[in-house]
Design a protein around this ligand. Structure first.
Ligand code: ZN
Length: 203
């Protein structure tokens, strides 16, 4: 059965599916297509630049993106069973103005993280055809962020000591870090204030 596209609730840090490795997709069928449709619908409603399946509570290796790039890759896409190999991040502390990241599963928060400037990305489209491309800049960051989700890591797990401490406090302050917390894109107040013409990228 294929129903209409549905916006799904986004799970928040503490939900176990976010903190374990997602399983490979084995069937490229209508069920997969319906799931991916829901992921696009949910990402759009949340004004996200990326969404990984575990963020809607589905422990499968799939992510979507919506991000202009300089790499000749369609701004809107999905990849199944991906492999993302980043370049080594530059040495030094991240710049809060230039390298701050957000995540729909840590809603409303933002912390700086240094990542590789480039990433090679390969995997499959929804029909099971192989795809591969190189990503740079913020698009490479997005690929690394989403790929981390499939391996059970959030960007806040990768912060340096100073920012990790602040992130931990923020999670505690929000009452997260335990199972059962979600938010509903398009219903709950936009956690990143996109309605107020905010320009941060959150995935
Ligand atoms: Zn995220």
């Amino acid at each position: 059965m294929i129903g209409p596209m549905t916006v799904r609730p986004i799970v928040i840090t503490g939900e176990p599916v976010l903190h374990r490795r997602a399983e490979p997709v084995t069937q490229f069928d209508d069920e997969l297509r319906a799931l991916v449709d829901d992921m696009f619908e949910t990402m759009d409603a949340a004004r996200g630049v990326g969404l990984a399946a575990p963020q809607i509570g589905v422990g499968l290796r799939i992510f979507t993106w919506q991000m202009d790039n300089n790499d000749g890759v369609p701004a809107r896409g999905v990849i199944v069973n991906p492999f993302v190999s980043p370049s080594k991040p530059a040495v030094g502390d991240p710049d809060p103005d230039e390298e701050s990241e957000g995540c729909l599963s840590v809603p409303g928060e933002s912390f700086p993280l240094r990542r590789g400037e480039r990433a090679s990305v390969s995997g499959y489209d929804v029909d099971g055809n192989e795809i591969a491309f190189a990503a740079t800049g913020w698009f490479a960051r997005c690929m690394q962020h989403e790929y981390d989700h499939l391996n059970g890591f959030l960007y806040v797990d990768r912060l340096n000591e100073r920012w990790a401490k602040k992130a931990k406090k923020a999670v505690k302050r929000n009452g997260w870090g335990t199972p059962g917390h979600t938010w509903m894109p398009g219903v709950d107040r936009d956690p990143f204030g996109h309605d107020d013409a905010d320009d941060t990228d959150d995935d």
